[in-house]
Write a protein that binds this ligand. Structure first.
Ligand SMILES: CC(C)(COP(=O)(O)OP(=O)(O)OC[C@H]1O[C@@H](n2cnc3c(N)ncnc32)[C@H](O)[C@@H]1OP(=O)(O)O)[C@@H](O)C(=O)NCCC(=O)NCCS
Length: 166
């Protein structure tokens, strides 16, 4: 269901409400890796605003070269240019606003803006339990790479890397 009362905006770190966005992410219990204060990379966010201008959803990403995040050489094109990606850090829609198409719209706006920023792909990782996000990713045509994460205590977590060329 599309809710036309909800307006989407695209923000960068210079937006006057950026700190409010970070505080909301913290309040909602997002991973501390959604925003990292001293990260030198550029962060952006697709943000959903209610008719009263309340933040009701967000999709946060940064722009980075493809490869160095896991310690490997940058992937370059045949002219030697480093390929960049929009790496998703966080996606959240407030409970009361879910299943109205906001999560889908946030991801579509991110794909659109990532293309404008000149990146090669959009990539994210989510745990296998995130079924709503899976629905959206499949609907939007993302490819999936299964991933098994092993922690220091030997426990594991099944997840998926979602990747889409923009
Ligand atoms: C993921 C999230 C952002 C989606 O937001 P949303 O505004 O409800 O998204 P949409 O309304 O655009 O789409 C929700 C989709 O989930 C589907 N869905 C809902 N419940 C579902 C379930 N139990 N199993 C599978 N799919 C389900 C809906 O059918 C819809 O897909 P459709 O449009 O193809 O029908 C929201 O659920 C959320 O914030 N969850 C908690 C945080 C989270 O999981 N973040 C992702 C981290 S990887």
């Amino acid at each position: 269901m599309f809710d036309p009362a909800v307006v989407l905006e695209f923000w960068d770190e210079s937006h006057p409400r950026w700190e409010e966005l970070k505080a909301l992410s913290k309040f909602l219990g997002d991973s501390p890796y959604v925003f990292v204060d001293d990260d030198p990379l550029d962060f952006y966010a697709a943000v959903a605003l209610s008719p009263t201008n309340e933040i009701v959803g967000y999709h946060v990403f940064l722009i980075q070269p493809i490869g160095p995040e896991i310690g490997i050489t940058e992937i370059k094109d045949r002219d030697g240019n480093s390929l960049q990606e929009a790496k998703i850090r966080g996606l959240h829609v407030l409970k009361a606003w879910r299943n109205r198409g906001i999560g889908t719209r946030l991801q579509k706006l991110t794909l659109e803006k990532a293309a404008e920023l000149g990146v090669f792909q959009v990539r994210s990782r989510s745990e296998m339990s995130k079924v709503e996000n899976y629905s959206i990713k499949l609907k939007l045509g993302f490819a999936c790479q299964p991933d098994l994460r092993t922690f220091r205590d030997g426990s594991t977590a099944e997840g998926v890397y979602w990747v889409k060329r923009v």
